[in-house]
Design a binder for this molecule. Structure first.
Ligand code: ATP
Ligand code: MG
Length: 174
């Protein structure tokens, strides 16, 4: 059986890796859909799809996950919920089950006839993309919330510098 999990992975964190391990105990292969793939360099979506692929690949491998069981698929937004599932299907290897914490994602796939499942949340208050991006901007301790492999890629792409720049405004410049 092949399962799909979709997220924006901005960035991938330790909760995501736990979920991947857990799902791979239940199914043979996991498709990781990289949502909002066209987005980058915004506060919500600071990293490109390619950067997210790199972070995910490294972190999954470092967690001992056999990468031949994982497929990473960038999925750009279509901004049309009614056709979104067909769009995802058109870009992905075949799958039978969808794991998501997001109620809208579950609803859309359920209506299209897919089996859906909620995965458990791991330390959601900390292992949460929004919290990590916030700490990066404010100079807090974010490194402990993501796998070491992700810290390494973040350093390579100067992620903190990028986020801090993105959070600035030209309002008071003259
Ligand atoms: P953001 O705050 O940017 O939305 P996020 O942490 O929710 O970040 P997503 O990329 O939106 O990350 O999530 C991808 C998938 O991982 C979703 O199905 C989401 O419910 C799930 N997920 C997110 N955080 C955790 C966690 N701590 N434990 C388990 N699953 C998680
Ligand atoms: Mg989310």
């Amino acid at each position: 059986m092949r399962a799909m999990i979709i997220g924006r992975w901005q960035p991938p964190h330790k909760g995501h890796i736990e979920v991947a391990k857990q799902i791979l105990r239940e199914v043979d292969e996991l498709i990781v859909g990289i949502g909002s793939a066209q987005e980058s360099h915004t506060l919500e979506n600071p990293f490109t799809a390619g950067e997210r692929v790199l972070m995910l690949t490294r972190a999954l491998a470092a967690a001992g996950i056999d990468l031949s069981r994982v497929h990473l698929i960038p999925i750009p937004d279509v901004n049309n919920n009614a056709v979104w599932v067909s769009h995802v299907i058109s870009l992905s290897p075949p799958f039978e089950i969808v794991y998501s914490g997001n109620p809208l994602v579950r609803r859309l796939f359920k209506e299209a006839g897919f089996k859906t499942k909620i995965q458990p949340m791991f330390k959601r208050k900390e292992y949460w993309g929004t919290e990590i991006r916030d700490r990066m901007i404010k100079g807090g301790r974010w490194e402990e919330l993501v796998p070491k492999a992700v810290v390494k890629v973040m350093r390579e792409i100067k992620a903190v510098e990028r986020l801090k720049d993105l959070s600035k405004t030209d309002y008071l410049l003259r």
